[in-house]
Design a protein around this ligand. Structure first.
Ligand code: SAM
Length: 442
C-alpha cells in the first residue's frame, strides 16, 4: 500500500512539473513516506529525517515533508519532535502535495494537511512511476472498519472506501495495453470490497461484491491476477470458486490469522474463532487447484500465556502455510490493546518468535522441497541480485523463483522446472525455449 501511495504521489508531482531524482544531494524537496504498524518503523522516520538534514548541512532551502501513516497520526507534534520538518502530509492528502510544497516555498512554516480526500481525487498512476514495468499494484479499497484491538490502521487510514469496479477494470485494461503481465489488487481487507455503485460489476455473478470484482477483472484477460490482504471473517468460499473458474486468478491466498487461541483472538477483537478460520482454510485446501496459503501471526500479545502460544504453534502446524510473517506484539498508542498490560516480557516474545519461526521452517522446507521436479510459470521480473547470470521472478503461487537466463526474457512468462529449494525461494531451469506469453483468457 505504501509503494502504491508513493507511485500516486510521484504521478501527481510529475504532472505539476516536478522531476524525481535519485539522491537527497540533488533534491529541492525530500518526502518521506511512512508506516506506523509497528513502533520500530515509526522510530525509523525520525532517524531518517536526521540523516536527510545531515546529508545537506546548512541547506535550509531543502524542504522536508513527512507523508503517510506517521504523518496522519502524529500531525503537528512532528514539527516539535523534528524541527527540520517543513510539511506534514496525511494519508488522504496525497493529491494535494504539490500545493502544500508551494505553500512551504512561499514561506509558510509548518504546513499541515490531515484532511479527507477530495471528491475528484484521481487514483491513476503514470506507468513511469510504477515500481515495475511488469507487475502493478491496484488499490481497490482504502482504510479499515475492523478495529482489531492491536491495530493502528483504522486510525491512520480512516474508514473503508471502495473504488468503483468500472474504474478498476479500466485501469487493468490500460495496464494490459501497456504490456503488464501481473496485477495485485491491494487493500487492508480486499475481500471487504463494497463499492457504492454497481458500475463495472453488471453481468458478473458472485456471492459478494469482491467475488464479482474478481470475475470482472479476470474477464479482462490480464494474464496474472493476485490479491492481498484478505480478512478471515469476510472470506467467502465463492472466492475459491472464482479462482477455480478462472486460470488467470493466481493460486495464492494470504489470510492472516494472528493467533491460534480463541481467548487471544477475542482479546484481539478479530471477529473470528480458530474454528471459523479452520473452516475457511478447509475450502482452500480442498480446492481442485493447489493454492498456496500464507498468513500473519502476532506473538506476545498482552496476556498471551504459554498455553495460548502452544495453540498458535498447533494451528500453524495444521494449516501448513507456504510462508508466514511473524511479528512480536508492538504497543500502538490509541489502540484498545494499548490499555492492556503489555505483560509478556521481551525475552519471552523473542523466544516465542524463534520457536514459531523454527516450526514454520520445518513445514516450509517440506513444501518448498515438494516443488522440485515441478514446472512453474514464472514472470521474469529482473536480474537476480545474487548473480548476474540469473533472472528472478515470481510463480503464480507467489514463490520467488531464480534461474539462469538472458535478460532478454525480462517481462516474459516462462516455464521453469524447479531443481532446488531454499528457505524462501526456489531455483530452476527454463523448461523449454517456447515463451508462454499470451493472455490466459482470449
Ligand atoms: N488487514 C490485515 C488483517 O488484519 O488481517 C493486516 C494488515 S496489517 C497492516 C499487517 C500485519 O501487521 C497484521 O496482519 C499483523 O500481523 C501485523 N500487526 C499489526 N499491528 C501490529 C502490532 N500492534 N504489533 C505487531 N504486529 C502488528
Amino acid at each position: 500500500m505504501n509503494v502504491a501511495d508513493s507511485e500516486r504521489a510521484a504521478t501527481g508531482l510529475r504532472s505539476s512539473g516536478y522531476d524525481l531524482c535519485d539522491s537527497v544531494d540533488e533534491a529541492d524537496v525530500v518526502l518521506l513516506n511512512t508506516c506506523s504498524v509497528r513502533e520500530k518503523a515509526e522510530r525509523k522516520v525520525y532517524t531518517r529525517i536526521g540523516e536527510v538534514r545531515a546529508a545537506r548541512p546548512g541547506k535550509r532551502d531543502v524542504l522536508v515533508g513527512v507523508m503517510g501513516c506517521v504523518a496522519q497520526l502524529e500531525g503537528a507534534s512532528i514539527f516539535n519532535n523534528a524541527p527540520a520538518v517543513d510539511m506534514v502530509i496525511g494519508t488522504r492528502a496525497t493529491d494535494r502535495i504539490s500545493s502544500l510544497i508551494e505553500r512551504a516555498q512561499n514561506g509558510e512554516r509548518k504546513v499541515l494537511d490531515l484532511g479527507e480526500r477530495g471528491n475528484t481525487d484521481a487514483w491513476d498512476v503514470s506507468p513511469a512511476e510504477r515500481h515495475s514495468p511488469h507487475v502493478a499494484f491496484i488499490p481497490i479499497i482504502e482504510g479499515c472498519n475492523k478495529f482489531c484491538s492491536f491495530c493502528i490502521v483504522p486510525y491512520s487510514r480512516g474508514r473503508e472506501r471502495s473504488r468503483p469496479a468500472s474504474e478498476i477494470v479500466t485501469e487493468v485494461r490500460n495496464l494490459q495495453a501497456l504490456g503488464y503481465k501481473e496485477i495485485h489488487l491491494i487493500g487492508q481487507n480486499v475481500n471487504s470490497y463494497r463499492p457504492r455503485v454497481e458500475d463495472g460489476l453488471e453481468g458478473f455473478k458472485g456471492a459478494t461484491a469482491f467475488c464479482r470484482l474478481l470475475r470482472a477483472v479476470a474477464a479482462t484477460g490480464m494474464p496474472r491476477i493476485k490479491f492481498t490482504t484478505s480478512f478471515p471473517r469476510d472470506f467467502h468460499p465463492d472466492i475459491i470458486t472464482a479462482i477455480e473458474e478462472n486460470p488467470n486468478l493466481c493460486d495464492w491466498i494470504h489470510l492472516p490469522v494472528q493467533s491460534g487461541s480463541d481467548r487471544i483472538l477475542k482479546l484481539m477483537r478479530r471477529g473470528h474463532t480458530r474454528n471459523d478460520y479452520r473452516q475457511r482454510i478447509e475450502r482452500i485446501k480442498n480446492s481442485r487447484r493447489r493454492l498456496a496459503l500464507t498468513s500473519d501471526i502476532i506473538v506476545g500479545f498482552p496476556g498471551e500465556t504459554d498455553a495460548d502460544f502452544r495453540e498458535t504453534i498447533d494451528l500453524v502446524q495444521q494449516c501448513e502455510y507456504d510462508s508466514l510473517y511473524i511479528f512480536k506484539y508492538s504497543k500502538r498508542s490509541g489502540t484498545p490493546a494499548a490499555n492492556f498490560a503489555d505483560n509478556v516480557p521481551e525475552q519471552e516474545k523473542k523466544e516465542r518468535f524463534l520457536e514459531l519461526e523454527a516450526t514454520q521452517r520445518k513445514t516450509q522446507d517440506r513444501i518448498y522441497q515438494s516443488y522440485i521436479g515441478r514446472t512453474l510459470q514464472v514472470l521474469v521480473e529482473r536480474q537476480s541480485t545474487r548473480s548476474e547470470n540469473d533472472l528472478s521472478g515470481h510463480s503464480t503461487c507467489n514463490k520467488v523463483v531464480n534461474f539462469a537466463g538472458d535478460r532478454g526474457l525480462e517481462g516474459e512468462i516462462v516455464d521453469v522446472t524447479v531443481t532446488a529449494a531454499k528457505t524462501n525461494s526456489l531455483y530452476g531451469a527454463v523448461a523449454n525455449s517456447v515463451r508462454v506469453n499470451r493472455s490466459v483468457v482470449e
